[in-house]
Each structure stands twice: as C-alpha cells, then as structure tokens.
Write a protein that binds this ligand. Structure first.
Ligand code: IMP
Ligand code: MG
Length: 179
C-alpha cells in the first residue's frame, strides 16, 4: 500500500486521481445539463477547493464566470466559538445563479454559514457542489446538490486538502493511518 508521511503522521492511499476524476466527470455532466442557459457564477472556496475547481471547470462547457473566495476564521466572543465570514467576493450576485464549489463537507458548519451569508445578497438560485462528503460527520443541515464522493469520517489529505498546511498538492487522496 502506497503511504506518505506528512509532518508527524502517516497516511495511506485511499482514492486515486483516476477514481476522483471519474467522479468529477459525472458532476460536470450533470452541471452541463442543469446550467444550460443559466449564466452561472461558480464561487470556489479557497484553499481546499483549488484542485477540484480546476478539474471541474475544465469539464464545464456552459458559459460561466469563475471566482474565488476564502472563509475567514476568527474567534467569537460568545460560546458559539469560531465564526467564519466570506471574503474576496467581488461580483454582484444579485439575481445570479450561483454554484458554490467546496473541497469537503464535514460537519457542514462552514457550508451552512456560506449559504446563509450568500442568501443575504439575493441570488436567483444557489447550488452547492462538493468533491467530498463525510455523511456520518454531518451536524448541520446543509443543502448539497452535487456530491462527487461520499467517504467515511477518517481524516484525509491530498487533492487540495491539507494536514497543517501540507499535502494539498498530492494528486491522490490519502487517509490517516490508524496506529
Ligand atoms: P466543516 O465546517 O466541519 O464542514 O468543515 C469543513 C472544513 O474542514 C473543510 O473545508 C476543510 O478545510 C476541513 N476538513 C474537514 N475534514 C477534513 C479532512 O479530512 N482533511 C482535511 N481537511 C478537512
Ligand atoms: Mg474547504
């Protein structure tokens, strides 16, 4: 089994680039059908989604705009803990068909905040695509329209996802090796 070491942790091969990109083919095919004539704006969430966004957008044939945002993380003063806010969005999304492009939905917290914040700017419609979903980890109710791959709750790296900043450039996805 192919393994990689990142900092103090060992990871083993979990999903090959080939498997991942087959799943992306399917998502692109659905988007090309559903978005025809809709003039969509894709909003990709950095840093994690860069590789998914790149492969997905190469396969999207519908005329589209592509933009990138980040979710800032800061400590709230209340007991609710970490708050997150979208930044870097320059386009006016009023009356637009929006497609959010994410790397992974884990608890769903980040996505639920994004949806809430984007909805304030009155888009025509918001659709969500994520490369990965950990269904057993979901704690927040989120709208997920196009999920490429469902995975168990183990920690993973590669294909845009990091462990402490490293591993994002791995072309395959690796999961943490349990001791
Ligand atoms: P959520 O808000 O709990 O859904 O978490 C979403 C964010 O947590 C993702 O955008 C990732 O940055 C990070 N994340 C969740 N699971 C993993 C993982 O297995 N590996 C790396 N990052 C992850
Ligand atoms: Mg992310």
């Amino acid at each position: 089994m192919k393994t990689v070491k990142i900092k103090d942790k060992e990871f083993e091969l979990f999903l090959t680039q080939e498997v991942i990109e087959k799943a992306i083919d399917d998502i692109a095919e659905k988007l090309n059908k559903d978005l025809a004539g809709k003039d969509p704006l894709f909003i990709c969430v950095l840093n994690g989604s860069f590789m998914y966004a790149s492969e997905l957008m190469k396969r999207v044939t519908v005329p589209s705009e592509v933009s990138f945002v980040k979710m800032s993380s800061y400590q709230g003063t209340s007991s609710s803990g970490k708050l997150k806010e979208i930044y870097g969005l320059e386009e006016d999304i009023t009356d637009r068909t929006i497609v959010i492009v994410e790397d992974i939905v884990d608890t769903g917290y980040t996505m639920s905040l994004m949806l809430e914040q984007l909805a304030c700017d009155s888009p025509k419609k918001i659709l969500v695509t994520t490369l990965l979903l950990k269904p057993d980890a979901l704690k927040h109710k989120v709208q997920l329209d196009y999920v490429a791959l469902e995975i168990p709750s183990d920690f993973i790296v590669g294909y845009g996802l990091d462990y402490d900043g490293y591993g994002r450039n791995l072309a395959d996805i690796y999961k943490i090796k349990n001791a």
